[in-house]
Design a protein around this ligand. Sequence first.
Ligand SMILES: Cc1ncc(COP(=O)(O)O)c(C=O)c1O
Length: 384
Amino acid sequence: MGRGKECYPNTQHPTSFMNIPFLNFDKRNLEIKAEIMDSFEEFFDSNRYVLGPKLLSFEEEYASFSGTDFCVGVSNGLDALKLSLKVLNIGEGDEVIVPSNTYIATVLAVTAVGAIPIFVEPDVSTFNIDPSKITEAITSKTKCIIPVHLYGQPCKMDEIMDIASENKLFVVEDNAQSQGATYDGKRTGSFGDVNAVSFYPGKNIGALGEAGAITMNNKAHFEKVKVLRNYGSSQKYINTLIGYNNRMDEVQASFVSVMLRYIDSWNDQRNQIAKKYELNLKHIENLILPEIQNNAYSVWHQYVIRTDRRDELQDYLKNNGIGTLIHYPIPPHMQECYKELGYNKGNFPIAEKMANTVLSLPIYPGLSDIEIKYITDSIDRFYK
Ligand SMILES: Cc1ncc(COP(=O)(O)O)c(C=O)c1O
């Protein structure tokens, strides 16, 4: 490794070839297997498979974890976003501000309710929507801002909430990637009017299938979301709203309930891994490491580095047995499905540059010190 730099762990270099997938659940699964099996058995024996006691208790647990009054379990993160917009009556012709570098689901939710996505560029140092650029994107049609806490780092929620209240806009946090993160000591998913979260398997709390949730403090919104996710009905065969079937399965509720007991310790492990990556990689010129704001606790959903030699580095790591991913290779405004929005290459240069330079390294509970060292040694070798 050379150059007399500090590195972690301070042991001998791993010499032999290792296979390190981008994501691996083996160690996490071992940790929770007995509790998951018990909760499955309880679920199985309960005779209650939809809208039962497991979902009710998970909703209470997740609201309390998020620091909100209410939580509604739903089918997945995209549906959580769609229902969040629906409950706020956002629809046809309304404009909704979204970051230009988000995962496509944020934008799909906006167009699914008939609204128009208005893209605002991110701040390069945090990857999150740049609040200083939001005001100029607001028009008389703007109804809502969706800040996305990308890669586990909270957005600048104080500035975003101020802009929203000055302009009488709703805020829907897209908290899909940040369960447990805090900004000024407050959990993400508790700032906005209605907030969406995903429990897709690869998320920090990952169901064993599809699941999502909505968190909020307003009781009227809570009651309405529950009706919307259940065919628009609060009483069997009486339909008061045009609704959907967007319920979280009882079996998934029983699984995410178990995972919720572990999330703070898993997020802490992700923070430890991020520190080790930083220590071992910070000496490499031309490699930009992620930065976390002082008042934020990131839950490191992804560890995203930036380099102009991204594709070469990704190939090199692949040849050394290391899985990496690109989050995300094509920004939403350049996706074919949105060609009718009329954007071209060059319209959102920061998002486009990120799409060409970002690379996500493996980060998950159970990633061992020797694996971290193998990854950082391999990156070091690439640059030599
Ligand atoms: C930022 C963001 N928003 C929304 C979603 C949608 O969540 P889901 O996959 O549960 O529909 C995801 C995850 O896939 C995401 O990363």
